[in-house]
Design a binder for this molecule. Sequence first.
Ligand SMILES: *[C@@H]1O[C@H](CO)[C@@H](O)[C@H](O)[C@H]1NC(C)=O
Ligand SMILES: *[C@@H]1O[C@H](CO)[C@@H](O)[C@H](O)[C@H]1NC(C)=O
Ligand SMILES: *[C@@H]1O[C@H](CO)[C@@H](O)[C@H](O)[C@H]1NC(C)=O
Length: 175
Amino acid sequence: MENSGRTTIGKTVLSMAITAVTVMMIVECAAAEQLYKVGSRGWIPNYNYTDWLNQSHEHFYVGDWLLFVFDKHSYNVLEVNETSYENCNDQGFIKNITRGGRDVVQLTEARRYYFLSSGGYCWNGMKVAINVEDFAPTPAPASSTENGSPSNIVSRQMIILIAFCVALEWMVLFL
Ligand SMILES: *[C@@H]1O[C@H](CO)[C@@H](O)[C@H](O)[C@H]1NC(C)=O
Ligand SMILES: *[C@@H]1O[C@H](CO)[C@@H](O)[C@H](O)[C@H]1NC(C)=O
Ligand SMILES: *[C@@H]1O[C@H](CO)[C@@H](O)[C@H](O)[C@H]1NC(C)=O
């Protein structure tokens, strides 16, 4: 294909513009609040949520959301204080998160949050302590891949956006 110089330059400029917009969108998505599903298999007994946190290497920032997925007929989700968390005390909880069994809670403050299930299941491991930090650091280019698969991050929109931009760029370059 014998392209004139002008169209090639036009394509290059357009391609650069699309790349810039893509990068901007990625940065914006990385800074935006995230939704994290608690536990690789949801909110269940006989599962160690401390191990899950250590393995997932996630950081939680103010504005992020937690998603608890559970059988509402057997379990619940209560926010409690540290003492109650340590002692599996479900009396005088701070907040009842329980609704339909796919329940979210926003982490609005930089502090440690404590959640447990009553009904005795806290003794079977249904307790989790989440440390929430003040602000998201500037994302490093490699941050999304360095810990393997970011399995707990629900960022489908971001993937769709990137795929769209890559497809657009290929069209500009090769059609
Ligand atoms: C934690 O909550 C329990 C139950 O409401 C309460 O008795 C206890 O005083 C609280 N502890 C602290 C340190 O606030
Ligand atoms: C928490 O809220 C749910 C839904 O409103 C309710 O069914 C449940 O009884 C509450 N649990 C406690 C311990 O208050
Ligand atoms: C989870 O496992 C750690 C060791 O990896 C242990 O210290 C901790 O007590 C366990 N937590 C629960 C709730 O069983």
